[in-house]
Ligand binder design. Structure first.
Ligand SMILES: [Zn+2]
Length: 333
């Protein structure tokens, strides 16, 4: 049945079902949590539960026309807005006015989902705020964002907040085995590396980058042993090899982060749970050759590089800086 389609998030699901049963739904929800953990699916399942003509104890029936059309995002009373070119524009917000003014077509209510609500332009956010303040009848807004601080406070304060945690590793591993046909060991490593995000895990697998980990790690260790001039040249080479379009470079940085994180854990904890458990031997060796301070400093540099990449700073420059910082952390500069 309906909410069972969402893996994990037991508390969120039972809370929503209770609210539906008691008829206590607010005007707007703000779903908060990391990328790819199931916020949009949960929003669609909530829509299904409200639109389905014969809902059961766990939400929509999943079998009727209404449920199927809701899941396929084709139901006329369900509007899902997603950013176009990294922004939700005022033109998109106007679609909401249109939807609301014509009222529900088939069901009892309209459901409007704003995926990545944090990417509304200022104009769009102000315009949306007015709609929210008016509290249109028979309409439920579901906004999604990674963090409350990224949404206009006047909008966030008008929504009931619901927090989504990363999917627990056993649930995510099972999903990856079911959907991608992975064997247990692969699924567990991928679930760890994707930090509980189903979408991220899936993207990594489908991009073909995941099996390249062995090459990444060998390259990383080799890079750190290079002289500065060679290192800078190689840093540029990496940028060309894994262009920042799509997920290449970001994945590389994520991989580096898990490597250093494992090394740090190996130094601090007796029986650590490594992300890269299939590289335990090499990680212990790496950790042994470095100080605690060097590892912490390196992780910090990688996090800064990831932030720079997200802010569209030239990838070549980001990689060059990062490699120099990693060398500096090791006391080689
Ligand atoms: Zn149904």
């Amino acid at each position: 049945m309906s909410f069972d389609l969402l893996a994990g998030h037991g508390q969120v699901k039972s809370f929503l079902l209770r609210m539906i049963k008691k008829g206590l739904l607010p005007n707007a929800y703000l779903f908060l949590g990391p990328y790819g953990v199931g916020k949009t699916l949960c929003a669609k399942l909530l829509a299904m539960a409200l639109l389905c003509q014969e809902p059961g104890p766990t939400g929509g029936c999943t079998l009727c026309k209404v449920c199927k059309r809701s899941l396929e995002e084709k139901h006329p009373d369900l509007l899902i807005l997603r950013p176009e070119a990294k922004v939700i524009s005022i033109a998109q917000i106007k679609e909401i006015f249109h939807q609301i003014s014509s009222g529900p077509y088939q069901g009892r209510m309209s459901i409007i989902i704003l995926d990545h609500a944090e990417l509304m332009s200022r104009e769009a956010a102000n315009s949306f705020l007015k709609t929210l303040e008016e509290g249109p009848k028979d309409t439920l807004f579901i906004l999604e964002a990674p963090d409350e601080n990224m949404v206009l406070p006047t909008i966030a304060s008008r929504c009931q907040r619901l927090r989504f945690l990363p999917i627990d590793h056993p649930s995510l591993s099972s999903l990856l085995k079911r959907d991608l046909g992975l064997v247990d060991e692969e699924a567990q490593i991928l679930a760890h590396i994707a930090k509980g995000s189903y979408k991220w895990a899936r993207e990594l697998w489908e991009s073909g980058l995941f099996p390249l980990r062995t090459k990444f790690f060998a390259e990383l260790i080799e890079l750190l042993s290079l002289e500065i001039s060679d290192l800078v040249m190689r840093a540029h080479g990496i940028t060309e090899q894994y262009p920042n379009q799509g997920i290449g470079l970001m994945y590389l940085l994520d991989q580096m982060e898990t490597w250093y994180r494992d090394a740090l854990l190996g130094k601090l904890v007796d029986k650590p749970t490594f992300y890269n458990r299939d590289f335990s031997f090499q990680i212990y060796k790496f950790a042994e050759a470095r100080s605690l301070e060097a590892l912490v400093r390196s992780i910090f540099s990688i996090l800064c590089a990831k932030k720079d990449l997200k802010n569209d700073i030239n990838p070549s420059l980001v990689m060059e800086n990062l490699m120099l910082e990693l060398k500096r952390a090791e006391g080689d500069l």
